[in-house]
Design a protein around this ligand. Sequence first.
Ligand SMILES: [Zn+2]
Length: 187
Amino acid sequence: MKQQLLKEDDVIREMKKALAETLRIDEDTIQADSSLINDLGAESLDFLDVVYQMEQTFGIKMARHQVLEHVEELFGEDTAVDPDSGELTPGAVALLKLRFGEESVEIPEDMDMDDVPTLVTVRSMSRAVLDILDTLPSACEACGATDWKRDDNKIACSACDAPGTFENGDDLTRAWLTKAQEEHKLF
Ligand SMILES: [Zn+2]
């Protein structure tokens, strides 16, 4: 269900804190629309670090694989990347536009798979966190109560204090992809 306890601003604030610490940069230099790689200089290991910090902060499991890695698993070999040119397929580019389009980032038609992580911004990563938080069940799995509270940055049951349970990021990505494919027939 769409939870109301943590908002986009809360997640962006924690994301900025984690990035400032990981990248040893001033928090004030980080904007919601900053690309982690292009604007903040993050490398692969920094991603893992920030993902881990977000998981600890909010009590969630984020995706380990980026969206296009799931595409070939779900829709078949060579659906995301053209094996001859090494470029993304038109379906993959259209998919990235769906996923990142509202970020006003430029997605070139001849984008390379390796460049996809440059699309990740503070805001898009925060949305991924929120999407997971929004899978909070209406009732606590431990006691059945239907009232949640916010304890620091974690969601917990008001009745028994059990932590909220959420779907994990990779499952959520696959569900999103299946729905996107049904609606847009990209592959
Ligand atoms: Zn409970």
